[in-house]
Design a protein around this ligand. Structure first.
Ligand code: SAH
Length: 406
């Protein structure tokens, strides 16, 4: 620690009477700060001390966010300098690479997952030979050039593209950054082909949603499709570029109906059928609001054997949970009504504000109104490259159930 490191003093104590430390959540909220010594700016490394003067950790300071400090190192002897970041990224990448092609059935995966890898505010995804990153705190944003180089060095990637264009940065008060990239400037193609579960997918790194593809659903696509029997009619609702559909078609689905509000995503889905040699698979696309389209399906007496419901984050925070619960209930009820006897629904929530039990309660509520009885035949979660931090429950964000009508 340098003598200039600003100090943040907290109201609480973090140590028990016997001197052992309590579990420390990696976020320090503004309300838990008693005083700040020095003048930390956006992204400055500060040291935090608890009410009895014990060292809590070094962290990145965010002056305009209610999450005022995000802890990096909790060891007073280990100051998070550039070398610390380099090593942390190297270790994080080193935990993923041996899983590629094995537990991770893909050439693409998440290399750094924020707090779960001890690097709050940093997300780095690998797509084949390229990286897409999100710098979500002022601390990480301020060092993105260095981080990009560390990540390319550790992974051997050709280049990195900044995909920080997301809402979270607004809460941090970070201005929308100019598009940033690192590595060979001409090395980033407008779209690339990745391989997942032995299927190929077209990914637009610069334009696609999130960092380009929903790599976190890889295992769940495979698990869901293992329940598909030849000839089943499948509705892929919130399909994006059709990754669940392609897995379902590979498992023998007889027809696919894809629904998404993004026409560009559906255009890529159609490419994906072709790239995988699935031109002859029966398929149709509906572009628009899923809530409206599912009602139209109901009015036209359409029905399906297998429905996938993978909506966007309706509850990004705990505060939006009530409104989100209503949306989850409505969409699940609509889907349940469209299901044939003996049919399945693979239903997901990627909202960190919604825990598994609450989601299950909402499904019970929808099932009751649908007048149908369901059993859970499989539980979905997030894959090994999106690990959950033991002391950070918010990192367990992806949950789902495979329901079957009995
Ligand atoms: N299942 C996809 C990922 C879905 S992400 C996959 O496996 O890749 C959520 C998707 O919902 C996005 O593609 C987004 O365009 C779409 N979306 C968001 N709101 C919607 C709405 N109200 N109606 C239809 N689609 C919506």
């Amino acid at each position: 620690m340098s003598s200039e490191t600003p100090v943040v003093r907290l109201h609480r104590t973090f140590f028990k009477k016997d001197g052992t430390r309590k579990t420390v959540h990696p976020w320090i909220f503004s309300s838990s700060i008693k005083s700040v010594e020095g003048e930390p700016g956006p992204g400055t490394v500060v040291s935090a001390y608890d009410a009895t003067g014990n060292f809590v950790g070094y962290g990145h300071f965010s002056p305009s966010s209610s999450i005022r400090v995000r802890l990096l190192s909790t060891d007073i002897k280990i100051y998070p300098d550039d070398e610390w970041f380099r090593l942390m990224i190297e270790k994080s990448v080193g935990r993923r690479i041996p899983m590629l092609g094995k537990r991770i059935r893909s050439d693409s995966c998440r290399l750094v997952f924020g707090e779960s890898d001890g690097l709050p505010g940093l997300v780095i995804d690998k797509y084949g030979e390229y990286l897409a990153a999100q710098f979500l705190t002022c601390g990480m944003d301020g060092m993105k050039g260095k981080i990009a180089n560390f990540a390319m060095e550790a992974s051997g990637a050709k280049s990195l593209i900044d995909r920080s264009d997301c809402e979270l940065r607004k809460l941090e008060g970070i201005p929308d950054s100019n598009p940033f990239s690192a590595g060979a400037a001409d090395a980033l193609p407008s779209s690339i082909l990745i391989n997942e579960n032995n299927f190929k997918f077209n990914v637009s790194l610069a334009e696609g949603q999130k960092t380009g593809f929903f790599i976190d659903q890889r295992d769940n696509r495979l698990a869901a499709s293992s329940f598909i029997r030849a000839g089943m009619s499948v509705l892929d609702c919130f399909s994006y570029t059709g990754a669940f559909s392609i897995n379902a078609a590979g498992a023998g689905a007889g027809s696919l109906t894809l629904v998404d509000e993004s026409q560009p995503a559906l255009d890529i889905a159609e490419d994906n059928f072709k790239i995988n040699g699935m031109e002859s698979v029966k398929r149709q696309y509906f572009s628009g609001n899923a809530f409206k389209i599912l009602r139209e399906f109901r009015d036209r007496n359409m029905s399906f054997d297998f429905i996938i419901l993978d909506p966007p984050k309706f509850a990004p925070t705990k505060a939006s949970i009530d409104k989100a619960s209503r949306a989850y209930k409505d969409i699940n009820l609509l889907a349940m009504k469209l299901l044939n006897a003996g049919g399945f629904i693979a239903t997901f929530s990627c909202s960190s504000g919604m825990d598994r039990e609450k989601f299950r309660e909402i499904l019970c509520w929808a099932a009751e109104d649908s007048g149908k009885d369901f059993q859970i035949v499989h539980s979905f979660s997030q894959p090994a490259d999106h690990p959950v931090a033991l002391d950070f429950p918010e990192s367990e964000y992806l949950k789902g159930f495979l329901l079957r009508i009995i």
